[in-house]
Ligand binder design. Sequence first.
Ligand code: BDR
Ligand code: CA
Length: 309
Amino acid sequence: MMLDVDLAMGAPGSDIDDGFALALALADPGISLELVTTVNGNTDVATATTLTLELLHRLGHPDVPVHRGARDPLLRPRVRQGEVPAGVERREPRPGPAAMAMVDLVRANPGEITLVAVGPLTNVALAMRLDPTFAANLKSLVIMGGVFNQHTHALGMPGEYNVWCDPEAAAVVLGSGVVARWVGLDVTLKVRVTKEQAAQMEASGRAFASFAGRYTSAWIDHIVQRHPEEGESCAMHDPLAVAAVTHPDLLTWREAHVVVETGDRLRGAMVTDYLGSDWLPDGTTARPTANALVAQTVRADQFNQLFLD
Ligand code: BDR
Ligand code: CA
């Protein structure tokens, strides 16, 4: 498997779920993690790369190859600039850009590598453009991104954050011919870690759990301030996408033809056709073909158990 992250765990008050996605990928006996790539999103890509390397050290897997990816979205300015916290060692990633590393790994192992993308899709789109056989030679593609069954979502933007950051990259992926599994906010907002569970992690005495629990608590405090309607908990968006690889039954899926909005007003919104209608705007009656499998429901209790274990 390869994992593409916009990881910010370890920077105070930052989103932590990419860090847990990485931890889950390493802990799951059904996953062999061959490559980690970084992308701008929750933070700038240099910070994401340093924090990813730091976390791999903390998790006892310093040898997993990490390649730095896109500094900016395909066409738009980057959204966030972060800062590496004092005391974090600045380790160097492997040479060569992320998209190239993805292409090389898939070329060497056609049909064998699953890609899980849990940040903006810039690197994935670049890999698809670099090598036209890349998409077809993936074993599968799982994406944390999108919101499909609501017009707006609780967090106040028309699209989900990863797709919103780089909607043009999402359009490239949707047009690539690969039917990716999209794990969107419809399901990820339902898998949550509470303040109490974060405190239990912190008190566990286990090195990674204590570290991660501390940052999870800080992230929940930040959410309570900005989105009190979410309650004293935070969503585990990205680990759910990793869990979908080895535990696809945690989720139910529906085939769809999805188009992403790239105009500014509805930036990142997904227009989702569940193929139920014969009618097309051009007057024909042919149904569009599916370009996505969209997660519909999640067994949240089962996921939480797996996650906390
Ligand atoms: C997604 O955006 C990021 O903030 C999270 O890490 C997750 O990948 C949720 O919308
Ligand atoms: Ca993410």
